[in-house]
Design a protein around this ligand. Structure first.
Ligand code: NAD
Ligand code: UDP
Length: 340
């Protein structure tokens, strides 16, 4: 599955974001050249500093909704460009929808002109508030097309439609990953998603915010596992020609996740309950049988271990006023069980 010294040229749209910069790092480590294209809307240059001295890395600041440089070519196109956090994708909903539709089309055109492969970062949100549990790829979903999440959910559904039309109409080698909630180091502390919110709040000694009763569930995948799945999907032969769920089936209620974060951080934070946002899905767990069969993929990092590594990363950058000394590096490494 590796391509060490392959010299392939990968375009990572959204490469300055959370998943994207981990993906850039892995591709560079495996010998690919990487062009990161990003408008820095939710990603940051901080995420790219680690690549500054690597001559195989190039950054293009651009919005995928705008016409892309005519000379842009790539053997592999990964489309991760789109905010993933509900408050952030809802902040400019029209732009979110255009990013998934116009942006995806512009990137599909790059793949077509290049004769390259294309991986679309789609989402479990295409299943909406699911009536089937766990969710298989055959499930067509239950999305409110006019709600506040529609800009993201329906945008991603349209993005998938475009991908399969480019496959059928133009024979572009398109692959679609349906990504379930993913977490890990380098999430934005302020991006508003559950894992980053709980960790930041617990480390700061602030109240943990739980929306609704906290009995809704999500399934949490560690970033390294997810990136491994994306790369396998890009490299697998033959093209599965069908969407593939990528996620960790370890399912938690939000209340249970909060308990786990409190336990791992040893925080004395309280929990406060706040109103549940509109259309918030009640449950989410991937059926990963297809990923196992087609990609030989399954997640390897248990949630407890991945959370410990994520907490260690956040802990290095956030003050803990309720605690006089930070835990030693070796204590955190032991808690993380070697995942870094
Ligand atoms: P993120 O917000 O950290 O990263 C998204 C990146 O895309 C950012 O760097 C942002 O600046 C860039 N971007 C956004 N709109 C753009 C545009 N119009 N043009 C150019 N760049 C643009 O999010 P993430 O968690 O890294 O998610 C990456 C991808 O994976 C997204 O497509 C998201 O929908 C998908 N996904 C993520 C998760 C998850 O749990 N992290 C789950 C399902 C799907
Ligand atoms: N959530 C919460 N408190 C927070 C942030 C989120 O209770 O501070 C809930 C949210 O309502 C949802 C779940 O946690 O039920 C996951 O939210 P997230 O924004 O991480 O992802 P998504 O809803 O897109 O799966």
């Amino acid at each position: 599955m590796t391509s060490r010294k392959s010299g392939l040229r990968a375009l990572v749209a959204g490469g300055a974001g959370f998943l994207g910069n981990h993906l850039c790092e892995r591709l560079l480590a495996e010998g690919e050249r990487v062009i990161c294209l990003d408008n820095l809307q939710t990603g940051g240059l901080d995420n790219l500093r680690r690549f500054a001295r690597d001559s195989r890395f190039e950054f293009i600041e651009a919005d995928v909704c705008d016409p892309l440089p005519a000379s842009l070519r790539a053997d592999r196109v990964y489309n991760l460009a789109c905010p993933a956090s509900p408050p952030l994708y809802q902040a400019d909903p029209v732009h979110t929808m255009m990013t998934s539709v116009v942006g995806t089309r512009n990137l599909l055109d790059v793949a077509q002109l290049s004769g390259g492969r294309f991986v679309q970062a789609s989402t479990s949100e295409v299943y909406g508030d699911p009536e089937e549990h766990p969710q298989r790829e055959s499930y067509r979903g239950s999305v409110n097309p006019i709600g506040i999440r529609a800009c993201y959910d329906e945008g991603k559904r349209a993005g998938e439609a475009l991908c399969f039309d480019y496959l059928r109409s133009f024979d572009v080698d398109v692959r679609v990953a349906r990504i379930f909630n993913t977490y890990g180091p380098r999430m934005r502390p302020d991006d508003g998603r559950i894992v980053s919110n709980l960790i930041v709040q617990a480390l700061a000694g602030d109240a943990l915010t739980i929306y609704g009763g906290g009995e809704q569930t999500r399934s949490f995948c560690y970033v390294d596992d997810l990136v491994d799945g994306l790369i396998r999907l890009m490299r697998v032969d033959p093209n599965p020609k069908a969407p593939v769920n990528l996620g960790n089936p370890e399912e938690y209620t939000i209340n249970a996740l909060a308990e786990l974060v409190l336990d791992l951080t040893q925080s004395r934070s309280q929990v406060v309950y706040q109103p549940l946002p509109q259309d918030d899905p009640q449950c989410r767990r991937p059926d990963i049988a297809r990923a196992a069969e087609v990609l030989g993929w399954r997640p390897r990092v248990p949630v407890r271990q991945g959370l410990a590594a994520t907490i260690a990363w956040f802990d290095a950058g956030i003050a803990r006023p309720w605690r006089e000394t930070a835990p030693s590096d070796s204590a955190l490494a032991a808690a993380a069980g070697g995942v870094a």
